[in-house]
Design a protein around this ligand. Structure first.
Ligand SMILES: [Zn+2]
Length: 78
């Protein structure tokens, strides 16, 4: 069995957490983005199911740009 240093173990744990956090991917994010944006606009609490969208947006520049454009569009409609 391979022996891991403390640093290697903490690196692995961080990697695992990172991967688990962003389970959505860009396709999934785009699918849920409408609902997420609507909840933000309504000022309602973000449901757990949509928390993954927030996590993804924090990590993904292209989805973040997409989301900001959507928010601008939605604000103009209202
Ligand atoms: Zn993305």
């Amino acid at each position: 069995m391979m022996r891991l240093s403390y640093q290697q173990i903490t690196d692995l744990i961080e990697l695992t957490i990172f991967v688990q956090d962003d389970t959505l991917g860009c396709d999934g994010c785009l699918e849920l983005m409408d609902q997420f944006a609507q909840a933000e606009l309504d000022g309602t609490a973000i449901p757990d199911a949509l928390e993954v969208v927030r996590i993804h947006l924090e990590q993904c520049k292209c989805c973040k740009d997409e989301y900001e454009a959507l928010m601008i569009a939605l604000r103009e409609i209202q």
